[in-house]
Design a protein around this ligand. Structure first.
Ligand code: GLO
Length: 555
């Protein structure tokens, strides 16, 4: 069955860093409104805005203190309504971020739960008695330290999978679930097109809350299998869909770490919980786990390719996927995936872009990816804002790494790499704001920025525009959106190639994801897009130059 959301190209905005309309150093909703013409020119059809709700902002909005109000730093609910209307006039839909695994500790529910132990709100969260005078168990939080925080003046702890200012909501409580559903429906009634759903696989906890053997010097354990995608989550997610999304013609994109390929059917199959999910298995190729940055892997292009293909094949069997190479939790793709630093530029950027844009699924682009933004290496830990960067820095050192090594891990992986202000032009603060931004601008903004790429036909920005318009409006549209994908395994190791098969044509993507010259046998074809000026074809064998990438049609 075809669905409208399969046709979208989605642009992710980190509102704090996108565009500051009132010059206070913090991006805002009206800043997004100002840039709608830019987004329309880029060709995207939907925007996902990271959380803009009332929040103390310790995790930049992933800590919500009022789900039905806007953080004044970002504007007002009227600004958002105007944005929704104006975007619609340009053919752009808006989805918001739904963060319901936890709230902020400043949410009135939690405040009431603390103040009044006999109130019903106690059971909206997860409170547990100490175990022999210590926290209830030894589980480690994703942002560091124990998942348990002691309540002041009481012999009791509350659970937080993330920071201690992000207490987990207790989905076992039906009344809490109903409050969440009515909040979701309230937003959908406002005319948003749907939600990206944060950390949703964490909402079911193993109810025995038992300790496990420690895996670090802190005597704690990263125990995702106790808190992620647990048996019983299915009832919660079915009910969630039934009571909310199913009543609307909306799109839902689940952030679903911990879901194995065999379980994709439950999540995105015909009767699945969501329209699509993000698969992190290939995105986290450089580390053993997304939260332990000092456990780095020695990955190869072939491993990356195999994971990517496995993911595509598993998704194709049952449903639809959300394809991405960057987001607000990942480093910049060029810095992470382009191994040769001298190609962390137009060539590396365009090779990655072409490689993922034509996979089967809905492509997501993260702000700045389209101009080839790179990581921003910092000298001191004080320059970081992200709580998980600070935690990883100190944890690396407690595990025996030196200060320099710890800083290096954080520079490679910090979530601040993609959170630096958007680089619009060469003016002070990169045109993001006239006031010093909340987070330092990447020093390369005079080289990498939107203004300098706008009118340059050879720029990465214009290459992205071409890729997106080819997917949206060319004669190959149907094949590129709905066609089957068949990976090509039989190539040299650094080549990523796949077919997209439509009813009347077969297209092929070929990408040399390395700086070594290589070659590939190929049948007769017509070129559609190439990131070099021409394709070097010598009677059935093409020569692939460093990071050369193409979309061709087989004759
Ligand atoms: C990834 C989220 C991340 C949030 C976290 C807590 O897991 O996108 O940015 O910090 O989920 O809400």
């Amino acid at each position: 069955m075809k669905n409208w959301w399969q046709e979208e190209v989605i642009y992710q905005i980190y509102p704090k860093s996108f565009n500051d309309s009132n010059n206070d150093g913090i991006g805002d909703i009206n800043g997004i409104r100002e840039k709608l013409p830019y987004l329309e020119d880029l060709g995207i059809t939907m925007i996902w805005i990271c959380p803009i709700f009332k929040s103390p902002m310790i995790d930049n909005g992933y800590d919500i203190s009022d789900y039905q109000d806007i953080n004044p730093d970002f504007g007002t609910i009227h600004d958002l309504e105007d944005l929704i209307k104006e975007a619609e006039q340009r053919g752009i839909k808006i989805i918001l971020d739904l963060v319901v695994n936890h709230s902020s500790d400043e949410h009135p529910w939690f405040q009431e739960a603390l103040e009044n132990p006999s109130s019903k709100y106690r059971d909206y969260y997860i409170f547990r008695k100490p175990s022999n005078g210590a926290p209830p168990n030894n589980w480690r939080s994703i942002f560091g330290g124990s998942v348990w925080e002691k309540v002041r003046n009481e012999e009791i702890y509350y659970m937080h999978t993330f920071d201690k200012k992000q207490p987990d909501l207790n989905f076992e409580n039906p009344e809490l679930r109903r409050e969440i559903y009515s909040m979701i429906n309230w937003w959908l009634d406002k005319g948003i097109a749907g939600f990206r759903i944060d950390s949703i696989t964490f909402i079911k906890k193993d109810q025995d809350y038992s300790s496990l053997p420690a895996d670090g010097v802190d005597q704690l354990v990263t125990c995702k299998h106790k808190t992620r995608n647990r048996p019983g989550i299915s009832e919660f997610l079915h009910e969630l869909k039934q009571e909310t999304f199913n009543k609307y013609d909306c799109v839902t994109v689940g952030e679903a770490p911990g879901v194995e390929y065999e379980e994709f059917d439950d999540y995105i199959g015909e009767d699945g919980y969501f329209s699509m999910i993000f698969d992190f298995k290939y995105a986290d190729i450089d580390v053993e786990s997304g939260s332990d940055w000092f456990k780095r892997t020695d990955w190869s292009i072939k491993e990356f390719r195999d994971l990517l293909f496995k993911s595509q094949e598993a998704i194709q069997k049952v449903g639809w996927g959300a394809n991405f190479i960057e987001n607000h939790d990942q480093p910049r793709a060029i810095s992470k995936l382009i191994k040769d630093p001298s190609y962390q530029n137009y060539y590396g950027g365009s090779a990655l872009a072409l490689m993922y844009m034509f996979l089967r699924g809905t492509p997501f682009l993260y702000q700045g990816q389209e101009i080839g933004a790179t990581n921003f290496t910092r000298q001191f830990i004080e320059q970081f804002d992200d709580i998980s960067s600070i935690d990883n820095y100190y944890r690396s050192m407690s595990e025996g790494f030196s200060k320099e090594e710890a800083l290096n891990f954080v520079n490679l992986r910090s979530r601040d790499n993609t959170r630096t202000p958007m680089q619009w032009n060469t003016s002070r603060y990169a045109g993001f704001s006239q006031y010093a931004p909340w987070l330092e601008v990447n020093e390369n903004y005079d080289m990498i920025n939107v203004a300098s790429q706008e009118d340059d036909p050879e720029s990465l920005l214009n290459f992205y525009r071409l890729l997106i318009s080819t997917r949206n409006t060319s004669t190959h549209r149907d094949t590129l959106i709905f066609g089957n994908i068949t990976p090509v395994y039989d190539t040299k190791e650094n080549i990523i190639s796949y077919y997209r098969e439509g009813s009347t044509e077969t297209l092929q993507v070929i990408v040399n994801l390395s700086s070594d010259k290589t070659s590939m046998e190929i049948q007769s074809f017509t070129s559609i897009i190439s990131n070099y000026e021409n394709i070097q074809n010598n009677d059935g064998s093409i020569t692939l130059r460093p990071y050369e990438a193409m979309l061709i049609k087989l004759n």
